[in-house]
Design a protein around this ligand. Structure first.
Ligand code: FES
Ligand code: MG
Length: 592
């Protein structure tokens, strides 16, 4: 039985639908809803009005089955005594949107804030899936602060080819190398790649989509155990129904995001992200959600809390399995259980079902300890991010667990210090420049070269491009060198497992030090000190900065749309979550 904290008269929607002091505006509000068959009783007799923020459409295939799932959500809402209203989220499809889907995270956020603030909604079900749909929805829920619950669409079924698992996104990175090495042709490439996506749902690897939906559950914003139910499974429809039921109860309990999105909850997501082998996009999005919730989270928090945590989820790209095995092995609750057992989580964090995280995972267990490892038998130790600094940027993230022995041999600068590396850089000014010149012998790229990608941050490439992990020149690949370290001010796909230094902030286009680098410079990466430094003295760096400023600063392409111009004017760096500068000051905007 729900513990009612508000009365029907206190429902937010009553202001629109039952307001005798303003009969004219009330009539105008109700008549158009009634004209498609909703009764006055449904609108104005004290039933919670529940929005269903629909992120699925023909343009967003990863989330498209939410169109069908919404019917089950509505069944649940009605069964619990609420009235459902479905409305669209601005489409965000990771693989297709140009110049990049990340550009639309903030646009979808803005649109959703306006809807939640301006319409008669008492609570909202946030349908999530493809990468940026989850943070866009959670950022808006944090800003508006009406009762809100996340319903993930769930990942696709496993992909298979020749009796082997093929993971979405991850397979592309392998196939590109095989195509470059001449082992397969274009038709074979496409055929193998499409085998990775056998059903509805989002990417079946631990890419950004699965990471963000799992972290939404770790945050306490979705029903326990729901994040990773594969999209076509019957349990997915069942949890859609339960989510609908639950949001109505949350309205009566007045359980708002502000009670759930606490500092403890965000710290739990950092720890969970490391154990999942989560996407390097997660710190950007989690920091953004935190800022909108009024919690100041930084990449130093990610290093302090996340770097020591081991990798437990044996899921691609870091591991061997895919989301179906992960779900069957116990999914997110099993990972949380291992972490809680090791004393790494705040068990008292509140969740959408009105119980604490600790209470929710009581009795959970790992059903397959190869897929979800025990805390004391992990896949990799220290699987989180280091937050690197130095004379080129203030923050950049690196997953040190992917540094191989071969890498250590090639880049070690001093045999007595296993954490210090040095290399000569080859610099590229965006993805087109990289593709045009990577095989140019004049760059003299060899196995000890560090590839630099700049002009790929949220301003340089509107929204920030996922282009930092770059393939070596074909000549090196043919010699068996299939990876070089990469560093850049852009992002990296969550489905890629390359050892890169990412998200360097500030970016070149806003005056960041990467703009001063030249091909041939030497770079020193000292993981012990948490530093990356170009081996140039301050006088030379100052002279280069002077010359850059004389040329008018680091150039970036012209705006193509009004939104690109607005976003470029307002967007903050990746380490601050790529939020819009003025947005985080708006909090709790729906309170009456
Ligand atoms: Fe949509 Fe991966 S492309 S989830
Ligand atoms: Mg991506």
């Amino acid at each position: 039985m729900t513990d009612r904290k508000i009365t029907p008269e206190q429902l937010r929607s009553r202001y629109w639908f039952d307001n005798p002091e303003h009969p004219g505006t009330t009539a105008l509000c109700i008549e158009r809803y009634m004209n498609y068959g909703i009764t006055l009783e449904e609108l104005a007799s004290g039933k919670p009005i529940i929005g269903i923020c629909q992120s699925g459409s023909d343009l967003t295939p990863c989330n498209r089955h939410h169109v069908a799932l919404a019917k089950r959500v509505k069944d649940g809402i009605r069964a619990a005594g609420g009235v459902p209203f479905e409305f669209p989220l601005h489409p965000i499809h990771e693989n297709v949107r140009r110049p990049t889907a990340a550009l639309d995270r903030n646009l979808a956020y803005l649109g959703l804030v306006e809807v939640l603030h301006g319409y008669p909604l008492d609570g909202v079900v946030l349908t999530t899936g493809c990468d940026k749909t989850t943070p866009a929805c959670l950022m808006a829920a944090a800003t508006v602060n009406i009762p809100a619950i996340v319903l993930s669409g769930g990942p696709m079924l496993n992909g298979w080819r020749d009796n082997e698992r093929v993971g979405s996104g991850t397979i592309i990175w392998d196939l590109r190398k095989r195509l470059a090495a001449g082992e397969i042709d274009y038709a074979d490439f496409l055929s193998r790649a499409t085998d990775s996506a056998p059903s509805v749902g989002h990417c079946n690897t631990m890419g950004t989509a699965s990471s963000m939906n799992s972290l939404a559950e770790a945050l306490g914003m979705s029903l326990p155990g729901s994040a990773m139910i594969p999209a076509p499974y019957k349990e997915r429809s069942m949890v859609a129904y339960q989510t609908g039921e639950r949001i109505v109860e949350m309205v009566w309990e007045d359980l708002r995001p502000s009670a759930i999105l606490t500092r403890e909850a965000f710290e739990n997501t950092i720890v969970t992200c490391s154990a999942l082998g989560g996407s390097s996009n997660a710190p950007i999005h989690i920091n953004a959600i935190a800022r909108h919730a009024g919690v100041e989270l930084t990449n130093d928090d990610w290093q302090r809390l996340g770097h020591p945590i081991p990798l437990l989820a044996n899921v691609m790209p870091a591991g061997a399995y895919l989301s179906e095995e992960f779900y069957r092995a116990g999914g997110v609750p099993a990972v949380l259980c291992e972490l809680l057992g090791a004393g790494k989580l705040h068990s008292g964090a509140m969740t959408v079902n009105g119980r604490t995280l600790g209470a929710n995972i009581e009795g959970c267990e790992t059903r397959d300890t190869d897929v979800i490892r025990r805390y004391d038998n992990p896949l990799v130790e220290r699987a989180g991010f280091l937050n690197l600094k130095g004379n080129l940027f203030d923050s950049a993230l690196m997953k040190t667990s992917v540094i191989s022995e071969d890498f250590r041999r090639r880049f070690l600068s001093n045999p007595d210090d296993p954490d210090a590396f040095e290399g000569r850089v080859a610099v590229f000014d965006n993805a087109e420049d990289y593709h045009a010149r990577i095989d140019d012998p004049a760059l003299a790229i060899d196995e000890t070269t560090i590839l630099i990608m700049r002009g790929a941050g949220p301003v340089g490439h509107p929204g920030g491009a996922e282009v930092v992990n770059m393939q070596p020149p074909e000549a090196l690949i043919r010699r068996g060198i299939d990876a070089l370290p990469c560093l850049g001010d852009g992002r990296q796909s969550g489905t890629s497992g390359s050892p890169s230094i990412l998200n360097a902030s500030p970016e070149a286009a806003t005056g960041g030090g990467l703009a001063l680098l030249e091909t041939g410079d030497r770079l020193r990466i000292d993981l012990g000190k948490g530093e990356v430094r170009v081996l140039l003295d301050d006088t030379e760096l100052a002279a280069r900065r002077h010359r850059l400023e004389e040329r008018g600063g680091y150039p970036y392409p012209p705006h193509q749309t009004p939104w690109q111009e607005i976003q470029r004017d307002l967007v903050e760096p990746l380490d601050r979550g790529m939020t819009l500068r003025s947005a985080p000051k708006y909090q709790d905007v729906a309170r009456r």
